[in-house]
Design a protein around this ligand. Structure first.
Ligand code: BG6
Length: 514
């Protein structure tokens, strides 16, 4: 698994990108390939074939891509662009796909090259495209270990709910073995996300404490200050925050924080443990959902100094939309390790700033010996602590910062020098940039390399996706019902609806602001 075959270049391969005119190809995929080229990870027999309906030449395609390449990677782009081709084809038309097959056969490596098909398409085209490719024999492999390999990368969303995800899976398995399928969740390509496993299972100091006896709550935040991006409202309104981010990225973070240690670093051992924990998620009923979740959408507000419009005013959003741009929920994991520990998950667009973070909050000492102000009873003191009134930095919180800060920190109390026994907050910190003096590689760079090398560890297996939908669908169903509680609102640039504070009931602390 995660052991990179450093120095070993990706051999003769045809990388076919469907949806080549789209944003993802230009902003993420090609820049990731260019970085791999710059690092010398791609053999000069790796060719890229962009496929899309619009008509353009190879040169026009490269000119379109060039706009997203930073100055420092110009040289690598020049070199890669000699191996970037473009083919105008409609994936809905079988004869177009056959034309693609013939073009691939005529390229370097021909039929004996490895082929990676990247479906950067609208989700409704996944099934039909695979069917056409399958029927044309373009996904066939002699045996699973053959050098003449065929793999497919599927972008998220993988299905719209559990039922459609299962149907898509069945369709894929008609033409592909599981080992040929790479379901992407770009969060798993982030260095700091991979480090959750390393941090937990390479170090022993936290493991004895990593359970409900010592952990009071786990808070996971994926906050964004961006709203719905131009041209994306149609998709987003069908999807909403739950399907767009919570069902996939956030549940993956939860799985990594909560899973048991895998027996080895083999992809399946890791994924088996993630599935176990996702399956142990308590499936909430209607009453739980009313009490333990909040969905909301942003209204007009301010991001920095700029006034921004509300979700309902965004171009392309239907005026009667009930789609949430914010979700906060209190999840529980029904297993021995985590029983009764709340996992508070929060994601929203147009919040105060962009950050992704996991906070593991250890329990307070059973008796508070320090810092009780004169005249305050023990119970009032505890309440003040709980409300965050007495301590700016709560002691014994492990913060795993995923982005933009890539860091780990542990807060604790130290005695302030002087005659009285006053405890004051302190921190132990580690920051990637300070230590390694370089930024992490973009997530897509790592994931593309793994897909090219045939390492599925950082890709999702269908049972993980199934378990994630099983949990998320319950919320989505309750929110879509005629008698659903009304959607809450929050001003853009704020930290979300005040109703979400109630999810902390019984725990100390509040929502993180990064
Ligand atoms: C994508 C969602 O999967 O993740 C987007 O579709 C979201 O809506 C994005 O903005 C967030 O990713 P990141 O890496 O910027 O946190």
């Amino acid at each position: 698994m995660m052991i990179r075959r450093m120095g070993e270049k990706v051999g003769t391969t045809q990388l076919v990108i469907f949806g080549a005119s789209g944003d993802l190809t230009k902003r993420k995929l090609i820049p990731a390939l260019v970085r791999l080229e710059a690092e010398g990870q791609l053999h000069d027999q790796v060719v890229v074939i962009g496929v899309s309906r619009s008509v353009k030449s190879d040169q026009e395609f490269c000119e379109h891509l060039a706009g997203a390449i930073p100055e420092e990677f110009r040289g690598a782009f020049e070199s890669l662009s000699k191996r970037i081709h473009y083919l105008s084809a409609d994936v809905k038309i079988p004869s177009d796909v056959e034309k693609l097959g013939a073009a691939l056969d005529a390229m370097p490596g021909g039929e004996s090259a490895g082929r990676l098909y990247y479906l950067s398409l609208k989700p409704e085209l996944f099934g039909s495209t695979l069917t056409i490719l399958g029927e044309a024999g373009m996904l066939r492999m002699a045996d699973q270990h053959s050098d003449v390999w065929r793999r497919v990368v599927v972008e998220k969303p993988f299905g719209h709910d559990q039922e459609s995800a299962r149907a898509l899976n069945t369709c894929m398995h008609r033409y592909l073995r599981e080992q040929q399928i790479y379901r992407i969740d770009h969060y798993l390509g982030k260095e700091t996300v991979q480090n959750i496993l390393g941090f937990r299972f390479h170090n022993t100091i936290f493991e004895p404490l990593w359970n409900s006896h010592h952990i009071e709550l786990v808070q996971i935040t994926v906050a964004e200050d961006l709203g719905v991006e131009k041209g994306r409202a149609g998709f987003y309104d069908e999807s909403g925050a739950m399907r767009d981010v919570v069902q996939n990225h956030m549940l993956q973070l939860l799985a990594l924080v909560a899973m048991e240690a895998p027996a080895t670093l083999d992809g399946d051992d890791i994924r088996n443990q993630k599935v176990e924990v996702l399956r142990a998620l308590h499936i909430p009923d209607r009453a739980d959902i009313a009490e333990q979740s909040v969905r909301a959408r942003y209204t007009t507000g301010k991001i920095g100094d700029s006034n921004v419009i509300g979700y309902l005013e965004e171009e392309g959003v239907p005026e009667n939309s009930q789609t949430e741009t914010y979700v906060a929920l209190r999840a529980e994991i029904n297993n021995w390790r985590w029983n009764s520990v709340p996992f508070l998950l929060r994601h929203g667009k147009r919040l105060g700033s962009k950050f992704t973070e996991i906070k593991v909050q250890f329990r307070m000492p059973p008796v508070q010996l320090f810092n009780r102000p004169d005249g305050l009873s023990a119970s009032e003191f505890r309440k003040q602590l709980r409300d965050g009134n007495l301590c700016q930095l709560r002691p014994n919180v492990l913060t795993i910062s995923i982005q933009p800060s890539e860091a780990l920190s542990l807060s604790f109390g130290v005695k302030r020098p002087g005659a009285s026994m006053d405890m004051t907050p302190a921190k132990l910190s580690f920051n990637y940039e300070d230590v390694f003096k370089c930024g992490s590689a973009p997530a897509y760079q790592r994931l593309l390399l793994d897909a090219l090398n045939g390492d599925p560890t950082l890709f999702l297996r269908s049972d993980e996706i199934d378990a994630s939908w099983c949990f998320s669908d319950e919320f989505i169903k309750v929110w879509a019902a005629d008698d659903a509680p009304p959607i809450c609102e929050y001003a853009a640039g704020s930290w979300g609806p005040k109703e979400a504070d109630a999810l902390f009931e019984g725990c100390e602390g509040g929502w993180s602001r990064g």
